[in-house]
Design a protein around this ligand. Sequence first.
Ligand SMILES: NC(=O)c1ccc[n+]([C@@H]2O[C@H](COP(=O)([O-])OP(=O)(O)OC[C@H]3O[C@@H](n4cnc5c(N)ncnc54)[C@H](OP(=O)(O)O)[C@@H]3O)[C@@H](O)[C@H]2O)c1
Length: 346
Amino acid sequence: MRALVMEQFNQGKIHPDRPVPKPKSDEVLVKVSHVALNPCDWKHLDSMGNPNATLGCDFSGTVESVGDDCLTLKAGDKVCGMIHGGKLPERGSFAEYLVTKGECAMKIPSGMSDADAATFGVGYFTAAMAVFHAQGYKYPPAEQKDGWFLVSGGSTSVGLFVLSLLRQLGVKAIATASPRSFELVKSYGADHVVDYHNRDAALEEIKKVTGGGVVGGLECVGGDDNYFVAINSFVKEGGLLTTITEIPDGAGEIREEVKIGQFGIFTVCGYSFEMLPGLPWLPAIPEDKAWYIDFIKRSQGDSGFLSSTKPNPVELRPGDLDGIAEGMDLIRQDKVSGKKLVYQIA
Ligand SMILES: NC(=O)c1ccc[n+]([C@@H]2O[C@H](COP(=O)([O-])OP(=O)(O)OC[C@H]3O[C@@H](n4cnc5c(N)ncnc54)[C@H](OP(=O)(O)O)[C@@H]3O)[C@@H](O)[C@H]2O)c1
């Protein structure tokens, strides 16, 4: 099969005759239909991945065969999800076939296109992990804690999924974005959007609109100004700022009543791995995996979160596997705003 493989740092190449991976007893083999791109794809290629790994995380496709112990899926089922591409030879979505654990593939709701389904990958699970697992919001129809939630980077893939989830929970959301993204961000669920380009004006507007500050927040972009605004946006009692980006030096000391909690989505895979070459391995975190498996059950099919949550806006790009290097480069250069780059593979 064809697959986009990391040969060495900064060098990916399409291999024309990679072996089709064989599913273990708890795995499924998926014929890939569409893939969506994430910043972690180029980050794995440039610095986080392992040579000989197949790149790519987000996918949709059709189950080709199932292992003996995989009782919930059958050949022909349409599925989507996320795998930890860029680390292991047989775990990348930028290929004609992939294998994943049967419990990690989500059945696509009827009527959803494969292109839309492919967007429910890294961004979707990161958003859900922030809202439900890190911030402790409850699954509907439970009552939620009162108060505003800040999405710093509302037009990012993660931010749009967070907003779509918060809307379903009835939580008031304020987001930061460029003015070009204001309408999009509102349409996904933000009650108010603030321009991030002037940090003092942004902070003042957030305080005014929320009547004193937010009780929770997610930082999706990084940088000193974003952390400054996010931390100072909290009510005087403080709260938890969840982040998925690098924490600038000194951010933790800005306000001691605002705690900063960081996570990396791939701990949900349930194994220990080396995040960056030379750094200590991240330990397996069993409770993250347990949350993930439970959330997949709540997501799939016609009555789960996949059918009630808006997919990211899709830009279907030309070139199947051959076009992906260009797409990764657009993301690497910050040239993608408010949408997912998606490629049709089959
Ligand atoms: N730790 C984890 O597990 C994890 C998981 C997923 C993602 N991430 C990281 O989280 C980040 C976001 O990922 P993503 O896929 O959601 O991003 P994305 O969709 O590629 O983000 C693009 C968006 O960033 C926005 N943006 C750029 N600078 C901004 C700023 N200063 N303030 C607010 N928004 C800004 C742009 O908004 P405008 O066009 O409106 O300006 C644009 O729409 C990446 O660094 C990614 O690597 C981490």
